[in-house]
Write a new protein. Structure first.
Ligand code: F6R
Length: 280
């Protein structure tokens, strides 16, 4: 796990956008796993800006979002498809057919969505880079505490803490969705590279649990410690409960000095080198 502590939430977005840009340059037809929520909004704004500047293109990219609410009215303001369209997709050159959500059609049995989504991810070649936020209770996607660490895409009832956090975003006339379809923890762990983003003091305990706590289904993000290529990008506030804060900053300076001596482009960065799975 590489922990990158930066000074502000804006810098989290900049650093994450640099990594996504490098991914897009390294592999223009890459498969991205994407998250919704307040954390990645600034990242998506930055990607739109870079697209408008001609720095990046999403033309060949395929995307798989982590999750979608179940039981929403079509075109609901709360839908994650709509969120992604407003914050990213509608402002770029991504092809509509390349955008995927674990959505349930009107008459469909929601339990059949997961296996189809897993198939689609695998058919696309697997996720090259997965962007994650983290819930205050340690959830990733909607894998709430106690989710199996090997879980796959499936229906999940939201935890009380998540319902409480999300209720702040509801308007008076809106009903809180209580279930979602989410990629499983096993699905997320299959991604070749993972970026976990967190900002603000309200995420500090969750980040500490993810990076330095025991691996446990009670804190789903902690499983990322067992992944080969995770970058955790946090601002000072979200990093404030990390015990090894100074060590992570020292490691980063050391790695940066190697990059400046031996080349800092995506092609020189081991993060982007082929993984064993790419060689299959
Ligand atoms: C969103 C998702 C969630 C969020 C998490 C943090 O697709 O899967 O796990 O990443 O709830 O949400 P924010 O960023 O709103 O604090």
């Amino acid at each position: 796990m590489e922990v990158m502590i930066v000074s502000s939430s804006d810098e989290v977005a900049q650093v994450a956008a640099d990594i996504l840009r490098d991914m897009l340059l390294h592999k223009p037809a890459c498969v991205l796993g994407l998250a919704t929520g307040s954390t990645p909004i600034a990242l998506y704004g930055e990607l739109v800006h870079r697209y408008q500047q001609g720095e990046i293109s999403l033309r060949e990219v395929q995307t798989f979002n982590l999750d979608e609410y179940l039981g929403l009215q079509p075109k609901s303001r709360l839908s994650y498809r709509r969120f992604m369209s407003e914050h990213l997709f509608a402002h770029t050159d991504i092809e509509a057919d390349n955008i995927h959500f674990p959505e349930c059609a009107a008459e469909q049995d929601p339990r059949t969505v997961g296996p189809g989504y897993e198939w689609a991810i695998s058919n696309a070649g697997g996720i090259d880079l997965q962007v994650l936020g983290i819930g205050a209770n340690g959830h990733i996607g909607f894998n709430e505490p106690s989710s199996s660490l090997g879980s796959r895409t499936r229906v999940k009832a939201l935890a009380p803490r998540t319902l409480q956090d999300n209720s702040k975003l509801l308007r008076d006339d809106e009903t809180q969705p209580e279930m979602a379809i989410t990629m499983g923890i096993g699905t997320i762990m299959d991604a070749r590279r993972i970026l976990l983003l967190a900002t603000g003091e309200h995420k500090a305990a969750a980040v500490a649990g993810a990076v330095e706590g025991a691996i446990s289904a009670m804190h789903p993000a902690s499983v990322l410690q067992a992944h080969q290529r995770v970058r955790v990008i946090v601002d000072e506030a979200a990093a404030s409960q990390l015990q090894l804060r100074e060590y992570y900053q020292w490691v980063r300076r050391k790695n940066d000095s190697i990059a400046s001596q031996h080349g800092g482009s995506a092609d020189d960065d081991p993060w982007f080198h082929k993984t064993v799975e790419d060689l299959d």
